[in-house]
Design a protein around this ligand. Structure first.
Ligand code: SAM
Length: 292
């Protein structure tokens, strides 16, 4: 059973406004919290296509798994147009993307997303993919590692961490999360904020690289606009400044081209009550458009 608490749930439902017999796509099923609420609102005949790259998410909400209106596809949302062509012959009234990873993946997947437990350094959402986090650390060039930590983690100086990783891997290959924690410590990387552990930034950067998360986001946005029916809405929740920048710029370009209405002029952030009960929501930003 999922432990993940859906972020900005009330706001997503307000903006996407699912109504009876609407058809929806949840590109990031995760713990299934958003999907479950959307499914209730689109009953009795609305269909929900739920996508996740992580096959383990399929069973997170047993109560909706057998719903005749629920379709689950284990795939990367970057292939949205093909996924829809093959599985979803309905006009699409709304699409949700709640980016990043779920609390279930972080806390109980055993795939090395957390620096707080010693686990194999994997970090793949989709375990059919070849490259694990350890492969990047063990075989990435100095420049490649430096770029990951600089661009995705805003770690300064990223080169120091990249060099430390290369030194350490000559003695022993990286295998577990604690190997990376030790590298961050030994490189003397300090976080910009006392509230953020410096390992958090390194782990997040590596996870973004393993899953090519920014690349997938760039691919899926135009696909989402294509599959939406006129009047359909797209909501994106991001947790990383680079993700939000991509979404903001793409939405602005669509708006200038007269293709969409911007339903959120500024990104919507969680209320302090939500942040108090779900710390993971603190960096969330929601942007929503409506296709014209
Ligand atoms: C934040 S969680 C979603 C939580 C969900 N909205 C809920 O309420 O429980 C993000 C999910 O998206 C999935 N994911 C991330 N990037 C993906 C991609 N490119 N394609 C498919 N799934 C992806 C992750 O595996 C994870 O399960």
């Amino acid at each position: 059973m999922a432990i993940h608490k859906s972020v900005l749930l009330k706001e997503v439902l307000e903006y996407l406004n699912p109504e009876p017999n609407h058809n929806f796509i949840d590109c990031t099923f995760g713990g299934g919290g958003h999907s479950r609420e959307i499914l209730k609102r689109i009953a009795p005949a609305g269909k929900l296509l739920a996508i996740d790259a992580d096959a383990e998410t399929r069973n997170q909400k047993p109560e909706i798994r057998d719903d005749k209106n629920f379709i689950f596809v284990n795939a990367n949302f970057r292939d949205l147009e093909n996924i829809v062509k093959e599985n979803f012959p309905y006009p699409v009234n709304g699409i949700l993307m709640d980016l990043g990873l779920s609390s279930d993946q972080l806390e109980s997947s055993g795939r090395g997303f957390t620096f707080q437990k010693d686990e194999p350094l994997d970090m793949r959402f989709d375990t059919r993919k070849e490259t694990k986090a350890a492969d990047i650390l063990n075989f990435g060039s100095l420049d490649y590692l430096k770029n990951i930590f600089e661009n995705y983690g805003e770690i300064r100086p990223a080169e120091k961490l990249a060099r430390k990783i290369i030194d350490l891997r000559k003695q022993k290959k990286f295998q577990t999360t604690f190997d990376l924690v030790a590298a961050v410590d030994e490189a003397g990387i300090k976080s910009r904020s006392p509230k953020i552990n410096s390992a958090t930034l390194a782990f997040q950067a590596l996870r973004l690289a393993v899953n090519d998360e920014l690349g997938a986001l760039k691919n899926v946005l135009p696909a989402a606009l294509n599959v939406l029916a006129p009047g359909g809405r797209l909501a994106v929740i991001s947790f990383h400044a680079l993700e939000d920048k991509i979404v903001k710029n793409v939405f602005r370009d669509w708006y200038k081209a007269g293709a969409v209405r911007l339903l959120t002029k500024k990104p919507v952030a969680p209320s302090w009550e939500e942040v108090k009960t779900n710390n993971r929501s603190r960096s969330a930003k929601l942007r929503v458009i409506e296709k014209i």
